[in-house]
Unconditional design. Structure first.
Length: 180
C-alpha cells in the first residue's frame, strides 16, 4: 500500500496515547530511557503471556514489559521472550529493537477495526485484554513504518494509564524498576 492509496481518515479524531518500542533487554532499556529522558518509574512485569490471534493463528507470546509516563504520552517498552511469530517479531526479529506502534482509544472499536481493514490494512494481532476489551495491532508499517494499536475504550486500560500517571507524579526518583 502506498500513502496515496490511504483513504483519510482511518482513525477519526485520533489521540495518540502511547508510543511503544520493542527492546532486547527490558531492564537495561528502562535504565537507558531514564538516562536520556528522565522518565520513571517503569511499572510492569518481567514475564507475562499474551494469548494472541496472530494473522489467523493462535500463539502464546511470552513477553516482559513496562510502562512509564512521558509528558502526556505513555511509553511502553516490550521484550519478546520467546521466538513465536508475532506482531513484535514481524517488525523486529530477535536481536533487533525499535519503534513498534502508537496506541489510540476507539470510540467504536469494531467500526475502526473494520475501517482499517477496508482501507487494505491487515490486523497483525488481536487479544482480549479484559472482559469486553479487545486490542489489535493494525499493520500500517508499509505506510507509516510502524503499527497502530487500537484499544476498546474500557476502564481496564484507562485505569492502567491512570496508575502509570499517578506513579510518575508521586515518584521520588528511587525504585526506577517496579516490575513484578
Amino acid at each position: 500500500m502506498t500513502p496515496e492509496a490511504v483513504p483519510v481518515p482511518i482513525l477519526r479524531n485520533a489521540r495518540i496515547v502511547q508510543n511503544a518500542y520493542v527492546v532486547n533487554d527490558l531492564e537495561e532499556a528502562c535504565r537507558r530511557w531514564h538516562g536520556v529522558y528522565g522518565v520513571g518509574p517503569f511499572i510492569g512485569s518481567r514475564r507475562f503471556v499474551l494469548e494472541m490471534d496472530y494473522r489467523g493463528r493462535r500463539v502464546d507470546v511470552e513477553m516482559a514489559g513496562a510502562f512509564a509516563q512521558a509528558g502526556d504520552v505513555v511509553l511502553e517498552l516490550l521484550q519478546q521472550l520467546n521466538d513465536v511469530p508475532s506482531p513484535f517479531r514481524q517488525l523486529f526479529p530477535q536481536g533487533r529493537e525499535g519503534f513498534h506502534h502508537v496506541a489510540t482509544f476507539c470510540d467504536d472499536y469494531a467500526e475502526t477495526r473494520a475501517r482499517a481493514q477496508a482501507a487494505g490494512f491487515e490486523i497483525a494481532g488481536e487479544i482480549d485484554y479484559a472482559p469486553g476489551c479487545r486490542i489489535c495491532y493494525v499493520d500500517t508499517s508499509a505506510v507509516l513504518g510502524h503499527m497502530v494499536e487500537l484499544y476498546t475504550d474500557h476502564p481496564a486500560v484507562r485505569n492502567l494509564y491512570a496508575a502509570v500517571r499517578a506513579a510518575s507524579e508521586a515518584w521520588d526518583g528511587r525504585d526506577l524498576l517496579q516490575l513484578s
